[in-house]
Design a protein around this ligand. Structure first.
Ligand code: COI
Length: 354
């Protein structure tokens, strides 16, 4: 599907049709929205299939004040990235996994999802339409944000009668500003998810509740917040936007995806890559005590990629971990990003060229 319209003219970023790149300061990318030219939009009635969808100029959308997403938070989002390789290809990292995760989330929230095929095709078309916004090799990635939201009007609590599947993009660099490791604060006061809730799907409603903790932690100089399990308050679960791992000896451990943490695609890939290089990976409950005795701690996620944790503060105890050149997480970061950037052969079949 070719873009049906010409690029919108953005006051901040002008790009001529024949230019390879949009006019962005690629060396200054962080993780903040830089609107690109196009987005993808498809709609469907509850229980029916999605329309083919179209590429339209990026811009505001109009929905009923009574929409399911606005009133009852009926919505899911996804996050994945497109990369520009040294040899000029544009690739996606495991988009099929995001498509499947959206299906699982849609089932939990009683929404009608796009088929995995439509999801992947729509992502490809959106990236192709915005190809000037895919950063040069090594400068970052084009972050792709698919949304599935209840846009039909619903006054009583129920699933919405109409859904919108929308994809927009933004070039991004590092999620966390600090070039060194993260300083995490363990949150004792708030819980992110509980058994039977929606912590295991990428519901829009899972993220704004962490903001209060994040603001408090940042105001005390921390980079991010680590949440504990709601049932016992003794086990680690998830950082505000990413999964967490600990390393001790040859054993890499990470909380299990048993319904309260997000089944991250980077998390899953890291488990596989760590096993490939001879580490034992355990997906199991990890106590705060073990966290405090670990040699290394690191976070994984699409936005975060792999980020070493330098310190964890639990009450008045602050523990420092190995980071830097010698760290296991640095090695894993290189292995993963070499695959993503097309620097090494993708023996896993994870990259999809568009
Ligand atoms: C991602 O890593 O794609 C996420 O969803 C994190 C986001 C909340 C910034």
């Amino acid at each position: 599907m070719a873009p049906s319209v010409h690029p919108s003219s953005s006051p901040l970023f002008t790009s001529k049709a024949d230019e390879k790149y949009a006019n962005v300061k690629w060396d200054e990318l962080g993780f903040a929205l830089i609107p690109t030219d196009y987005m993808y939009v498809a709609k469907c009635k509850q229980g029916e299939s999605f329309s083919t969808g179209e590429i339209v100029p990026y811009g505001d959308i109009s929905i009923s004040p009574c929409a399911g997403i606005l009133n009852y938070g009926q919505g899911l989002f996804e996050g994945l990235k497109a990369y520009r390789t040294e040899d000029g290809r544009i690739t996606l990292f495991r988009p099929d996994q995001n498509a499947i995760r959206m299906q699982t989330g849609a089932d939990r929230l009683c929404m009608t999802p796009p088929s995995p095929e439509q999801f992947v095709e729509a992502v490809k078309q959106t990236v192709l339409a915005n190809n000037k916004w895919v950063p040069p090799p090594g400068k970052g990635a084009l972050y792709i944000r698919p949304l599935l939201i209840g846009t039909g009007a619903v006054l009583g609590v129920a699933s919405a009668p109409e859904y919108t599947f929308l994809i927009y993009t933004s070039p991004v660099g590092n999620y966390h500003k600090a070039s060194s490791g993260l300083n995490l604060k363990v949150d004792h006061n708030h819980r992110r998810a509980h058994f039977g809730g929606t912590g295991g799907v990428k519901s829009c409603t899972n993220y704004s509740p962490v903001v209060k903790s994040l603001i408090e932690a940042k105001s005390s100089g921390f980079s991010d917040v680590l949440f504990l399990d709601a049932a016992t308050g003794k086990n680690i679960e998830e950082v505000s936007t990413c999964n967490i791992f600990i390393l001790k000896g040859n054993i890499v451990s990470t909380p299990p995806t048993s319904g309260t943490i997000l089944p991250g695609i980077t998390r899953k890939s890291i488990c596989e890559l760590a096993r490939d290089i001879g580490y034992e990976v355990q997906e199991r409950d990890v106590s705060v005590d073990e966290l405090l005795e670990a040699e290394e701690v690191f976070c994984t996620g699409t936005a975060v990629v792999i980020k070493a944790v330098e310190t964890v503060t639990f009450h008045d105890k602050r523990v420092k971990y190995r980071t830097g050149e010698e760290a296991f997480s640095t090695k894993l970061h290189l292995i993963l990003t070499n695959i993503q950037m097309g620097v090494v052969e993708d023996k896993k079949g994870w990259m999809m060229e568009i």
